[in-house]
Design a binder for this molecule. Structure first.
Ligand code: HEM
Length: 438
C-alpha cells in the first residue's frame, strides 16, 4: 500500500487535506476532519474570529441543524453565503470569544470590494422587490412531481408494468432534484421529499450544502471524494482500469448510486453511528407502503418493483447530477493551476468551477428538475430556484464590471466533458478562462 500522502491528491489551492479523506467517509467524519484542520478550537470560526453560538443554536432562524452540525469548524463560507440581510452581523458581536491562532485552511476571501460581496449587495437590494409567484410555482411543480411519483409507482405495481415503473422512476428522479431546492433553505417540509431517494436530508446538508457548495471541486469537496476511485475527477495519474472503467461501468454505477448510499448509512448505523438515525427516516418507506396497500400485490413483488423504481430514479438523478455543471477539462479542479491560492474571491472560485447549460436556463421547470441556473444557485443557495432567473440582469452587470462571465455551454458538451475529465491525468497549467465562448 502506498503511504497516505501519495494517495491524497495535492491541492494546488494549498488546502490541508482532510486527514481521513476517503470515499468511505460520511458527513460526520468529514466534519470531524474539519475540526482538525480548521483551527476553530471547539468553537465556531468565521474568518479569523472564534465565536460560541451554543446559546444561539435553538434560536437560529435558519433552523438549529446548521449550527449543531458545524461546532468546532470554520463556517466562514457557510455564514457568508447563506445570509443576504445584515441581521446576522448584528448578532455576531454578542457571541465573539477571541481571535483564532492559526490561518484559515481555505484560500477563499470575501472582500467588500471583491466580486462576491459586490454581487451579494446588489442582489440583496433587489431581492425584496422580486415577485413571490415563482416561489409558489416551484412548490406546485414539486408537489405535482410527488403526486406523479406515487401515482405511477402504484400503477406500475398494480398492472406489473415496467414501462410505468420507468415513468415512476423518472418522476422520482425529478422530484428528488426539485426537493434539493428546499434543503438549502430554513427547515421546511418539502425538504423531506428528498428522502424518498433512500438518501438522507441531514447527510446531504453536510456533503452537498456544507462541503460541495462551499469548497467546490477542491480536495475538501465530498462530492468529489465520495465518487472516487471509480470516478476520479481530480487530475492526477490514474491506472488505465480506473481511467477507462467508467466508460464500461457508468450505467451500473448510476443505477446503484442511491442503494449504495443507503447501504453505506446502514453500515455506519450498525457500527454505532446513531446520529445517522433521524425521526424522518420513515419517509422512504411511504412509497412501497402505498404501492402495497393500493395494488394488492404481495410484499415481495412490491419490494421488487420499488427497488426497480428507486434504481431508475437513481440513474436519472446521477445522469443529470454528474453532468450538470462541474466537470469538463476547462473547469477548475483542485490540482489545476488556480486563479490564486491566497486571495481567491469565493464568487470567482464558483465561476471557475461551474458552467451552465443553454437548454436548461430560461425554463423554470427544467431549472428546478435539472440543477439549472447552477452558478446563481451556488452563490445564493437559500433563494428559490424559481427566483434565480430574475437575478441575471444584476449578475451580468456585476460580471461585466469585473470583466468575467458565466460560461454557458450545451448539455452534450458537459456530458462529453465529464467523461473527458475522468480520463484527464494532466493538471491544466492555465487558470480557467471565464471569457472563453462555447
Ligand atoms: C453554518 C452556518 C450557517 C448556516 C448554514 C446558516 C443558514 C441559514 C439559513 C438557511 C437561513 C434561512 C435563510 C432564508 O430563509 O432566507 C438562515 C437565516 C438566518 N441566519 Fe443563519 N446560518 C448559519 C450561521 C449563522 C450565524 C453564525 C448567525 C448569526 C450570528 C446566523 C443568523 C441568521 C439570521 C439572523 C437569519 C435570518 C435573517 C437572514 O436570513 O439573514 N446564521 N441561516
Amino acid at each position: 500500500m502506498p503511504p497516505r500522502s501519495e494517495v491524497i491528491p495535492v491541492s494546488t489551492l494549498k488546502i490541508k487535506p482532510p486527514p481521513n479523506r476517503s470515499p468511505a467517509q460520511n458527513g460526520a467524519l468529514w466534519l470531524k476532519d474539519k475540526e482538525v484542520t480548521d483551527g476553530a478550537e471547539g468553537l465556531w470560526r468565521i474568518h479569523d474570529d472564534l465565536y460560541d453560538f451554543s446559546d444561539f443554536i435553538r434560536s437560529h432562524p435558519g433552523g438549529s441543524e446548521w449550527l449543531e452540525l458545524t461546532k468546532g469548524t470554520d463556517i466562514t463560507e457557510a455564514y457568508e453565503v447563506h445570509h443576504l440581510s445584515t441581521a446576522p452581523e448584528q448578532i455576531l458581536k454578542k457571541y465573539l470569544v477571541r481571535k483564532a491562532k492559526t490561518k484559515r485552511n481555505s484560500p477563499f476571501t470575501f472582500k467588500d470590494d471583491g466580486f462576491y460581496r459586490t454581487l451579494k449587495r446588489e442582489v440583496a437590494s433587489i431581492v425584496k422587490t422580486l415577485p413571490k409567484q415563482p416561489i409558489n410555482n416551484s412548490a406546485t411543480f414539486t408537489d405535482f412531481l410527488l403526486a406523479g411519483t406515487f401515482m405511477f409507482a402504484v400503477l406500475a405495481n398494480t398492472y406489473w408494468n415496467y414501462y410505468l415503473a420507468i415513468v415512476a422512476g423518472v418522476f422520482l428522479g425529478c422530484l428528488v432534484i426539485a426537493a434539493h431546492n428546499y434543503f438549502h433553505k430554513k427547515d421546511n417540509f418539502r425538504m423531506l421529499y428528498f428522502n424518498l431517494s433512500l438518501m438522507q436530508t441531514r447527510e446531504w446538508r453536510i456533503s452537498h450544502v456544507l462541503s460541495h457548495h462551499l469548497h467546490t471541486n477542491t480536495i475538501d469537496d465530498m462530492e468529489i471524494t465520495m465518487n472516487e476511485p471509480l470516478l476520479p475527477f481530480l487530475p492526477h495519474e490514474k491506472p488505465p482500469i480506473i481511467k477507462y472503467g467508467y466508460y464500461l461501468f457508468f450505467p451500473i454505477y448510476w443505477l446503484m448510486a442511491w442503494h449504495a448510499n443507503f447501504l453505506k448509512r446502514v453500515y455506519y448505523i450498525a457500527k454505532g453511528d446513531t446520529h445517522l438515525i433521524q425521526w424522518y427516516d420513515f419517509v422512504p418507506y411511504t412509497l412501497p407502503l402505498a404501492m402495497y396497500l393500493i395494488s394488492g400485490q404481495s410484499i415481495f413483488a412490491t419490494l421488487w418493483m420499488w427497488t426497480v423504481i428507486v434504481a431508475i430514479g437513481s440513474f436519472h438523478f446521477s445522469a443529470v447530477g454528474l453532468n450538470a455543471a462541474h466537470h469538463h477539462p476547462d473547469i477548475f479542479h483542485d490540482g489545476d493551476a488556480p486563479r490564486s491560492d491566497t486571495d481567491y474571491d469565493w464568487g470567482l472560485s464558483q465561476l471557475d468551477a461551474i458552467m451552465d447549460r443553454h437548454e436548461i436556463t430560461g425554463s423554470h421547470f427544467l431549472v428546478l428538475t435539472n440543477f439549472g441556473d447552477h452558478a446563481l444557485h451556488h452563490m445564493f443557495p437559500t433563494l428559490d430556484h424559481g427566483t434565480l432567473e430574475l437575478l441575471y440582469p444584476t449578475f451580468r452587470k456585476v460580471c461585466q464590471d469585473f470583466n468575467v462571465d458565466l460560461r454557458m455551454t450545451s448539455q452534450l458538451e458537459l456530458i462529453k466533458g465529464s467523461f473527458m475529465q475522468v480520463m484527464r491525468t494532466e493538471p491544466n497549467p492555465n487558470p480557467p478562462d471565464l471569457l472563453k465562448k462555447y
